[in-house]
Design a protein around this ligand. Structure first.
Ligand code: CA
Ligand code: CA
Length: 186
């Protein structure tokens, strides 16, 4: 069972981070919207190899999800999405967690480390909020929470810790709850 806090955070992840067009279902167009935002951030112009590569990557991420939701009987609604995470976070779900969470977040980290110095600065972190259209007013607060040693950078280690807390912690004080901003707004 997901705790109430886990439920709220994962619903926030669905609504605010993934369901870009806010129609209540994850579809290819949501993943495409994120890919297009990334191309704008990186200044990749349409019809270039870089652009096509990013769009193709988004499509592959979508295919991974689609396969799973088809097995679960259809569309990737918020309800199904929460059920999917409940399975993933339950006993025996480690492999799925690795496939859908750990790997995806590794990619996110590399995507937003724009200058390639191996850490995320506050500007790079705010870029992520803008790309995913996450309400930006929480980005500074979230950054401070995730930067546990206070050196003004988020390392991959700090990010992975936050990711684990975001999905697994039921403690309202866990810093990782803030990964995608405040989760309680509706
Ligand atoms: Ca959608
Ligand atoms: Ca740090």
């Amino acid at each position: 069972m997901l705790s109430e806090l886990q439920h709220d955070k994962i619903a926030h992840y669905f609504r605010v981070v993934l369901d870009q067009d806010r129609n209540g279902i994850l579809q290819e167009q949501d993943f495409r919207a994120i890919s297009e935002s990334l191309c704008i951030l990186w200044r990749f112009k349409p019809d270039t190899d870089d652009y096509e590569r990013v769009i193709a990557e988004g499509r592959r991420n979508w295919e991974l999800f689609r396969e799973h939701f088809e097995k679960m009987g259809g569309e990737a609604t918020e309800f199904q999405f929460l059920k999917f995470y409940e399975t993933m976070l339950g006993p025996g779900g480690e492999e799925l967690y690795e496939k859908f969470v750990t790997r995806t977040v590794g990619t996110i980290f590399d995507s937003f480390d724009l200058n390639g110095d191996g850490v995320i600065s506050i500007n790079e972190y705010s870029d992520m909020f803008m790309c995913y259209h996450i309400p930006i007013r929480y980005s500074a607060k979230a950054f401070v929470k995730l930067d546990r040693n206070g050196d003004d950078h988020i390392t991959k280690q700090e990010l992975m810790e936050a990711v684990d807390e975001f999905f697994k912690s039921s403690d309202p004080k866990s810093p990782g709850n803030w990964l995608f901003g405040f989760w309680g707004d509706r």
